[in-house]
Design a protein around this ligand. Structure first.
Ligand code: GDP
Length: 479
């Protein structure tokens, strides 16, 4: 029994309140039923309506998934250029874009899109993403078979002739016309990357959504958390409030349902956790991501982190001049996990607590699992470390994260921890950080177009539960 090294002796809710199907073989994917032991406890249980929806989805996927009769039939139809139109099994295939954070937020969004439309959610898995996640649906697979007839899916880009936006722009497709009166292509490609056009963004409109239900095959590429757009869509808002009576728990529930690190990744996570973090009184995670397009001086970032930790009572002050004998006790230990591509932030904080004692007598242990220096999403082993660190962060009691990073979003979204956001102030008057209103990721680049009135509106002021993000004012998030 290793429960002593977990957070507490609480009963183990291995199925996450019924979110997970009990049908899997536990040993084949240990994280599935073990992760619950590591996350901070909370009373956000999934709604019975969501649980029913997921069980129904699982049977749909089992019926229509790769290598089933219905799947093979649908593929034959695609090959033969036969008549288009929806059938019993309709698919949305996720295409990758960006690092793990971007991939995960778009996977979760696309899975919700599939749930809302009874579509089957499949992944076109890039090589660097193999062996990272377990299969989430019992008795079937979510991976598009390698003999899929459209072979150049990886090359689909912004100007693909069968992209929804392009076809709208060129008047080859009309949202406002009866789909039965249009000649529809066999499949459609949805381009939902940050640099997309107003035409592509018609995806978020009621009429766009209706048209897309006419397609048996959709291919979707995104690097956005576009879930908030569904909350602003009048056709989905009622269903969404049944699925998620607590609105700001969408990412938490869906990511915990969908994402289970493979045994190899889970080994990295649990070895590190047990070695450095498990026995601390409190776990603090700090994620620092520097973007080339938004440089911020190193020393200023360090002081942001320290000021934020002190203001939020997250870490103790140090004693500048040691006079009396230092009093520390090993049982009063806080573990600080610094996660960053660079080593500098970690070294600064570690040295600070090595060179000085704390005013509270607490011992502050500071660790960093890896220092990869550069992003290498094309390398599978690099992605294993990235995902491991996201999970380790998600087990924190308190999280500090830099702004705008989807890597950080996934960590706090999974953990359901409202992070302290390390803002980048223009002047010294502004606070060093602010605690986010929710643990939901920010939808960076949505549309301001109101599909009903055909005018541009402030999407952060339409409903009380979708607000502008604290870390990126252009974006919106569920609160
Ligand atoms: P974003 O660019 O911050 O929004 O997040 P993404 O996850 O989409 O892309 C960044 C990628 O860089 C990650 O997936 C990792 O591959 C790598 N990366 C960034 N920060 C870290 C880190 O702190 N640790 C590790 N191991 N990798 C990181």
């Amino acid at each position: 029994d290793c429960s002593a090294s977990f957070r507490d002796e609480r009963p183990k809710d291995r199925l996450l309140g019924g979110l997970l199907s009990p049908e899997f073989d536990e040993a084949s994917c240990l994280s599935r039923y073990q992760s619950a032991l590591y996350w901070k406890q909370s009373n956000h249980t999934p709604s019975p309506y969501l649980l029913r929806k997921l069980r129904n989805y699982e049977s749909l996927h089992r019926r229509c998934g790769p290598n089933t009769e219905l799947y093979n039939k649908s593929i034959e139809q695609l090959k033969s250029n036969a008549s288009a139109g929806p059938s019993e099994c309709n698919y949305v295939v996720w295409l990758e874009s960006g690092g793990i954070g971007n991939r995960v937020i778009s996977m979760v969004s696309t899975f919700l899109y599939a749930l809302l439309n009874d579509k089957v959610f499949l992944l076109k898995l890039p090589d660097d993403f193999h062996g990272i996640f377990c299969e989430p649906f019992p008795g079937t697979s979510w991976i598009l078979s390698s003999d899929f007839p459209i072979q150049d899916l990886d090359g689909f880009d912004i100007s693909h002739p069968q992209s929804y936006g392009e076809m709208l722009k060129n008047n080859l497709l009309r949202n406002d016309m009866d789909p039965a009166k249009q000649s529809l292509p066999l499949y459609l490609y949805l381009y939902l990357i940050h640099d997309y056009s107003d035409f592509d963004m018609m995806f978020y409109c009621e009429e766009g959504q209706r048209l897309l239900r006419r397609f048996a095959w959709l291919f979707l590429k995104s690097n956005q958390y576009y879930v908030p757009a569904f909350f602003l869509n009048s056709e989905y808002s009622e269903e969404l409030s049944l699925l998620f009576p607590e609105k700001a728990t969408v990412f938490r529930h869906l990511s915990r349902y969908l994402l289970h690190p493979t045994n190899s990744v889970w080994g990295h996570i649990t070895r590190y956790y047990q070695s450095y973090v498990a026995n601390a009184k409190q776990r603090i995670g700090i994620q620092v991501r520097m973007f080339r397009f938004a440089p911020f001086p190193f020393e200023r970032m360090v002081s942001q982190i320290i000021n934020c930790s002190l203001t939020g009572n997250i870490l103790p002050e140090i004693v500048e001049e040691e006079s009396a004998a230092p009093t520390t006790s090993g049982t009063n230990r806080k573990a600080v996990l610094v996660v960053s591509l660079q080593s500098g932030y970690f070294e600064k904080i570690r040295n600070m607590y090595y060179e000085h004692s704390t005013t509270t007598g607490e011992v502050i242990s500071v660790y960093q699992p890896s220092q990869e220096e550069e992003q290498h999403t094309e390398k599978q082993s690099h992605n294993v470390k990235a995902l491991s660190e996201i999970y380790l962060l998600s087990f924190s009691d308190v999280l500090l994260t830099t702004t705008f990073s989807t890597f950080g979003y996934v960590a706090y979204g999974l953990g359901g921890v409202r992070p302290w956001l390390l803002l980048k102030p223009e002047n010294d008057v502004e606070p060093p950080c602010r605690q986010s209103l929710s643990a939901e990721p920010c939808f960076h680049f949505g549309s301001s177009y109101d599909c009903k009135t055909r005018k541009h509106v402030d999407k952060g002021a339409v409903v009380p539960y979708v607000k502008h993000c604290e870390d990126f004012a252009w974006g919106v998030k569920i609160v």
